[in-house]
Design a protein. Structure first.
Length: 312
């Protein structure tokens, strides 16, 4: 339509092919810092919150934890289209919000202010908004609300809980760090470790060395990232992926590496920490997002200013 012509970049936003795009849904509290507003909502109620958002609709919200991740994803899209103008294997960002439409103007204005290429905004007040994830083909859902994340996982959508924190915006390329067990891989070995201890877990791993591990909740997302990453040479790739796992390389590393090989997932760098704290290595990597199922690891990442997402 003619009303699109003045701003061609907006046209780009509308044309993602949903069958091929990697759709990521984020909530407003994951992408923007809304802690004061959320407090107002809890203390004074919905009407007061809406009034506040309407009164401040032209005042941009400060960036939240997932903000730098969304910016980096946008950079990947730019590089993909530079490399191939007909590329359809792109990220598509959707904002899913429990705000009412009338308080959503500030959210849209904030996204515009920062130049975020967000294609869709869904304002669903007083509902379990995760019921709409499947219909949008969402492959990853990031929320600052634990109930949201649990509901999404129950619906079979990869999801992680974003913790509010001050984040230094790292530079490009997009850097994503995955923990191993219960994130990329299934939690089978983790369960043996919890129930029978480390020795049994090590023995189990060695016996199963040539049997690929089961899929973890973020495997599909990692595979799609890997597919995008393969379109570039290693030097020119706008995506870098990392495995940072508590596994020991000597006793439990081989099965992890063989599993990744079996899946055809090329990880750029892997760190087998043998239970050592992950914070220092994460501080060195400076990822845009770090996925882990252990809250102590999330805490360690937050302490060094790394944007973290908990996979419950």
């Amino acid at each position: 339509p003619s009303w699109l012509s003045p701003n061609q970049s907006f046209l780009h936003i509308l044309q993602k092919d949903l069958s091929e795009a990697l759709v990521i849904a984020v909530t407003t509290r994951a992408i923007f810092s809304l802690e004061e507003e959320h407090k107002l909502y809890l203390e004074k109620g919905k009407e007061e919150y809406i009034r506040h958002q309407q009164a401040n609709q032209d005042k941009p919200l400060p960036p939240g934890t997932a903000f730098a991740f969304i910016q980096a994803v946008q950079y990947v899209n730019k590089k993909m289209l530079e490399s191939n103008p007909a590329e359809k294997d792109l990220f598509d960002i959707l904002v899913l919000s429990n705000n009412s439409p009338e308080s959503g103007v500030r959210i849209i204005n904030s996204a515009k202010h920062y130049g975020l290429e967000i294609s869709k905004f869904c304002f669903v007040s007083n509902e379990d908004s995760t019921q709409y994830l499947k219909s949008h083909g969402v492959k990853l859902f990031l929320s600052a609300d634990r109930t949201d994340v649990c509901n999404a996982l129950k619906r079979g959508v990869s999801a992680a809980l974003i913790f509010q924190q001050e984040v230094q915006a790292p530079s490009t390329p997009l850097r994503v760090v995955f923990d191993g067990d219960a994130v990329l891989f299934s939690n089978e070995t983790d369960q043996i470790f919890q129930e029978q201890g480390l020795e049994e877990a090590v023995q189990y791993e060695q016996a199963m060395e040539n049997v690929p591990m089961g899929e973890g909740p973020l495997k599909a997302f990692a595979m799609h990232l890997g597919k995008m990453r393969k379109k570039f040479s290693q030097e020119k790739s706008p995506i870098r992926t990392y495995l940072v796992t508590a596994r020991s390389g000597r006793d439990m590393g081989i099965r992890a590496i063989k599993t990744l090989r079996e899946w055809g997932l090329e990880i750029d760098e892997a760190f087998f920490m043998d239970g050592a704290p992950k914070g220092p290595i994460l501080a060195q990597i400076q990822p845009h997002i770090f996925f882990d199922d252990g809250l102590h690891n999330i805490q360690g990442a937050q302490n060094v200013g790394v944007p973290s997402a908990w996979v419950p």
